[in-house]
Ligand binder design. Structure first.
Ligand code: AHM
Ligand code: MG
Length: 333
């Protein structure tokens, strides 16, 4: 019988034989996974747990917060603040960074997360998720500040997401490819179910919110128009479309069977670079996608090379199957 490999064992092996992760990072990832299990349980209870609906508050980006946005944020903070592995945390749902309280020891890592991605899908029982990214606090005696978080995505040391769908699945990279773990509810642990995920270079599937079409820039419009012409157009093949409106679920499909995901800049809010957040959504997803052989740009530049200037910075996102991302990017140049 082939032995099941738990997330703990996978991480120990990454630490021991591959030297990829120090013990404090291993602890951090175990704690994040434990928090995701807690969020998964809350999501599963739904109306029975009284977790559906709006919380009646707004986050720093002016978006209405759902009860589960706040619950998930609290679960992640409570799980991570006392272990001694973190210096500070930042979240899509908090205005500013969260310092580890003085009563706990401080570590060298910075944890960033979108505690519950796809909030509009919570109440309709469609897949949602948690996205996370790990950076190292720059060296120096100074107290940790927001500035310490403003590092390009290429400096991440771990990134992943957990999707709460028909199965609860944790997808992770520490720079050694992408591994997928499925939550075994009877055992209460994440079990390795796929290693070395690879995104096919070509695809016939795109994901974009088509209702924004009239607001797009010309290169995005051109790309989608050509896809829609199918066999009769310049692409010479038919395309399929999917849009779940949870980035975690859309990216999970792309990591599983390929595709291209786009949330481009559009004219609705011309002063914003895009809808999605660079630090909590685009950076971790871009690293996962690149680790699986895909590509990710903002239309012009590789996302992982972008130097952030603000914690809650937004960005235009085009990611997935490499040849399609290269094509959309070329249309922008
Ligand atoms: P959220 O983090 O507040 O849930 O917002 C991000 C989500 C993404 O998961 C998804 O791709 C996008 O917003 C959907 O936006 P839209 O409703 O405009 O299609
Ligand atoms: Mg989100």
């Amino acid at each position: 019988m082939t032995q099941k490999i738990s997330l703990s064992r996978y991480l120990v092996e990454q630490q021991r034989s591959k030297g990829h992760i120090p013990s404090q990072l291993r602890l951090l990832l175990e704690v994040v996974a434990r928090a995701c299990k807690g969020i998964s349980h809350a999501v599963n209870k739904g109306a029975l747990g009284g977790v559906l609906g709006s919380a009646g508050s707004e986050n720093v980006q002016g978006e209405v917060q759902k009860k589960l946005d706040i619950i998930a944020n609290e679960v992640l903070i409570e799980a991570n603040e006392w272990g001694g592995h973190l210096a500070a945390m930042a979240s899509e749902e908090m205005d500013s960074i969260y310092l580890v309280p003085n009563r706990y020891p401080q570590g060298e890592y910075l944890l960033l997360f979108d505690p519950l991605d796809g909030s509009s899908n919570i109440d309709v029982n469609v897949s949602i998720g948690t996205i996370f990214s790990v950076l190292i606090k720059p060296e120096g005696p100074q107290a940790v500040s927001e500035q310490d978080f403003l590092q390009a995505g290429k400096h991440q040391v771990a990134a992943g997401y957990c999707v709460y769908g028909p199965q609860t699945t944790l997808v992770l990279t520490v720079g050694d490819g992408v591994a997928l773990f499925t939550l075994d509810r009877e055992q209460g642990s994440f079990v390795l179910t796929q290693e070395n995920l690879q995104i096919p270079q070509d695809t016939q599937e795109f994901a974009i919110n088509m209702s924004n079409m009239r607001h797009w820039d010309a290169p995005v419009k051109r790309y989608i128009d050509e896809c829609l012409l199918g066999q009769d157009g310049p692409r010479g093949k038919n395309f399929n479309m999917r849009w779940i409106a949870s980035m975690v679920a859309d990216v999970h499909r792309i990591l599983t069977r390929g595709g291209v995901f786009m949330y481009p800049w559009d004219k609705r809010e011309p002063n914003k670079a895009g809808k999605l957040r660079l630090m909590y959504e685009a950076n971790p997803m871009s690293w996962l996608v690149e680790q699986a052989g895909g590509a990710s740009t903002n239309g012009r530049t590789r996302i992982l090379d972008l130097q952030p200037t603000q914690l809650h910075e937004r960005v235009s996102v085009i990611l997935g199957s490499k040849n399609e991302v290269d094509r959309v990017t070329a249309y922008h140049h």
